[in-house]
Design a protein around this ligand. Structure first.
Ligand code: GTP
Length: 311
């Protein structure tokens, strides 16, 4: 048995078994308990309730359920963005070429024939859980900036679209700030790129700390430039947060080069707030908001750096 259980330690997977046959549930309970938390549903109604309650990492689904065909359940799950990625493994006593085709065409990941060999089930479940774990990790990596560990540009584009729509729908203000390290070329030239990288990491962590709400979002826009999204935050509220950010950066007291204007590293900030009450969907978009913040940043640079401008 242990030979099947590779790489699953430290993972808290949730496995949902949907089957009205009590003997199946009993047979699978013990072997699957080693792979994660196991829950059971006896019919489709119960299964959908449990899935909406906690999204499982894998579903073992009987094809012949009392209230709905398993293949139809799988089709429904694949249609919804929240459940489409969950691997579905069918349990079936009907085998044959037609069913095999149906299982895969409805989006199933695999099928296991009855009578079940619990160890084979565990091995297959383990394989699909490992795939799932790797996909989750890859998705996370694709959204992170390699140097600073904050969200990357790709992630920012997605998030800004979502928050812009939410702001419009909920009629709440949305603030976007662009934050750029001042005279960073001089810093790099004087201290070298490795020190420059360390400086960027410290600035990124500080920006992350200044966003106090869980919904606040920081991303590296590129180079020495960061973006902070502050949902449900108006112009004045954002000004307070950003003023605090400038203080926190000053407190880091990172020595700048003798040629720089200030003796410690500073940032310039440009920001803009979208107020849905004052705008119609047709004459604004998330890109325009970012572009206003960028123009405000340019102004902050022009006016002498280490300051905040609004547009
Ligand atoms: N160490 C390091 N430097 C970077 C990274 N990305 C961009 N840079 C450097 O950041 C510097 C940005 O320089 P500029 O765009 O001229 O801006 P600046 O010197 O900060 O001047 P102002 O923005 O006008 O205050 C360049 O020297 C880039 O090489 C990075 O990942 N690591």
């Amino acid at each position: 048995m242990d030979t099947f259980l590779i790489n699953t330690q430290d993972k808290s997977f949730d496995i949902l078994i949907v089957d009205d046959d009590h003997s199946v549930v009993m047979a699978l309970r013990n072997v699957l308990n080693d792979l994660g938390r196991v829950r059971f549903a006896q019919n489709a109604v119960q299964a959908f309730e449990m899935i909406s309650d906690i999204s499982p990492d894998l579903i073992l689904l009987d094809i012949d359920l009392p209230d709905k065909n398993g293949l139809d359940i799988c089709r429904d799950l694949k249609k919804e963005p929240d459940t489409s990625d969950i691997p579905v493994l069918f349990i079936t006593s009907q085998v044959g070429a037609t069913l095999e085709r149906e299982v895969f065409s409805c989006g199933g990941a695999d099928y296991i024939s009855k009578p079940l060999n619990p160890y084979v089930v565990a091995a297959r479940v383990n394989t699909h859980l490992n795939y799932r774990h790797l996909i989750i990790e890859l998705n996370k990596m694709a959204m992170r900036d390699g140097l600073t560990g904050v969200n990357n540009r790709r992630s920012l584009d997605e998030k800004l679209k979502i928050e812009y729509k939410r702001s419009f729908r909920d009629k709440t203000p949305l603030t976007v700030a662009m934050i750029d390290v001042d005279e960073f070329k001089k810093y790099n030239d004087y201290f070298g790129h490795i020190e420059g990288d360390e400086c960027l990491k410290r600035i990124a962590s500080t920006i992350q700390l200044c966003g106090r709400r869980p919904a606040d979002f920081i991303a590296r826009y590129g180079g020495e430039e960061f973006v902070l999204i502050l949902p449900n935050t108006d112009k004045n509220g954002a000004y307070e947060i950003l003023t605090h950010l400038l203080q926190m950066i000053a407190q880091l007291n990172i020595e700048h080069t003798p040629e720089a204007k200030y003796d410690h590293v500073t940032v310039s900030v440009g920001y803009s707030t979208f107020s849905p009450e004052e705008t119609t969907q047709d004459d604004a978009d998330d890109k325009a908001l970012l572009s206003f913040a960028d123009k405000a940043l340019f102004q902050a640079k022009q006016q002498g750096r280490d300051q905040i401008c609004y547009l």
